[in-house]
Ligand binder design. Structure first.
Ligand code: KG4
Ligand code: ZN
Length: 368
């Protein structure tokens, strides 16, 4: 990769982005071509390499921050060497790196690596917000078709379909291992926090319930797999805060109900029924509150992102319900739901154009 002088790139809206993600247990490096500006952004993913540490953390039942740090330090130069070899002619204009939220020892590895790379290539380094990465991930190629036609004109391009007019106001649900957030978006750069979890995040609830069922980490995919063999109406677990007027969530009571159920039915428990019934309860609250927000704010579309959005029943339910109220539905390809570098490239590009300067220090508690 050749170096570029800072002077040349000023406020160009077409940029080549090298992106780095190390907030948790996936090391991600991606190369993207971004264009269209803040109002009609478009992305072409040239490469998106992810080194997963799941197998290393699995024996501990969750992510161990110092092991994550060690693995990122090992993986970053390997992934970078690989990506450089595969794409010799890709000359990045900017580097984007996750500044937060996440595990601080893990975040620092990416930030330090990105700093020295930006210095050696003499190009700007942009701090990216991991949650904005999830939020914008629906913009990555492979975006699922909307449930209703966005335009009668068949010639209409995807870029036009994603123009501000077609999708805003929108309701965005971010569901990951650390966050559960509902936003009302008025544009790609303006949004309002409607609600968030008051205790456990949705993904955390999946992980904790999986542990109660003796399933390995991460629990989400395991629960989803097991739930296919169970009945979702077998056990009526609570739907916390479903009828509250606000848009906050709570999942720790639901997890405790599963714990009590397991304790009280030790000899006759059907874990597939428990998985299916728990999944239905968690998804009921997520889907219904998102729908209520969409109706209250007259949303044109609903977006779903974060690791839990990899769950097929959640995707299918939200898509169906969105269609029923005339909303378009956007969810990225599963590989962009889970932590990856490409989504950080999108967040970095948008932050750069929005002149949103996230300090280049690890900020574990960064919000959106
Ligand atoms: O976004 P992500 O990769 O990392 C964070 O930013 O937290 O999300 C990871 C979370 C984990 O809690 C994992 O159990 C959950 O996403 N997850 C799922 C599924 N795949 C991953 N939850 C439910 N169903 C899935 N298929
Ligand atoms: Zn994430």
């Amino acid at each position: 990769m050749k170096s570029k002088s800072k002077a040349k790139i000023k406020v160009k809206t077409s940029l080549k982005v090298l992106a780095i993600e190390t907030s948790c247990d996936e090391t991600g490096i991606a190369l993207l071509e971004a264009s269209g500006g803040v109002r009609a952004p478009e992305f072409k993913v040239t490469a998106n390499l992810v080194a997963s540490q799941i197998a290393i953390h699995r024996p501990f039942g969750g992510v161990v921050p110092n092991i994550a740090k060690r693995e990122h330090l090992k993986n970053l130069p390997l992934l970078f060497a690989k990506i450089k070899k595969m794409h010799k002619n890709f000359t990045p204009d900017i580097i984007a790196v996750t500044a937060g939220p996440g595990l601080e020892p893990a975040l620092w590895t990416g930030i330090e690596f990105a700093k020295s790379l930006a210095a050696s290539l003499n190009i700007p380094l942009v701090g990216a917000n991991h949650l904005e990465g999830h939020l914008y991930s629906f913009l990555l190629p492979g975006v699922r078709a909307a449930t209703k036609p966005l335009s009668s004109s068949a010639a209409r391009t995807r870029a036009a379909a994603l123009s501000s007019r077609a999708i805003f106001p929108a309701i965005a649900l971010i569901v990951s291992g650390g966050h559960t957030i509902l936003l009302k978006m008025d544009s790609f750069s303006k949004w309002k926090h409607l609600g968030e979890t008051r205790d456990d995040a949705a993904g955390e609830a999946f992980d904790k319930v999986a542990r109660l069922l003796n399933l390995p980490y991460p629990g989400g995919p395991e629960i989803e797999k097991l739930a296919k063999r169970g009945r979702s109406d077998a056990i009526s677990f609570p739907r916390p805060m479903l009828h509250d007027k606000n848009y906050d969530f709570s999942f720790s009571g639901l997890k405790t109900s599963v714990l009590y159920y397991m304790r009280d039915h030790r000899d006759e428990v059907n874990i597939a029924d428990v998985a299916a019934s728990f999944q239905a309860a968690a998804e009921d609250v997520l889907v219904k509150k998102t729908l209520r927000a969409a109706q209250q704010f007259g949303a044109q579309s609903i977006m779903l992102s974060g690791g839990v959005a990899a769950n097929k029943t959640l995707r299918a339910r939200l898509k169906k319900e969105a269609g029923a109220i005339g909303c378009s539905f956007f969810v990225p390809d599963v590989k962009y739901n889970l932590d990856n570098g490409a989504m950080i490239g999108v967040a970095g590009y948008m932050a750069y154009l929005r002149k949103k300067k996230y300090p280049l220090v690890a900020n574990g508690a960064m919000n959106i």
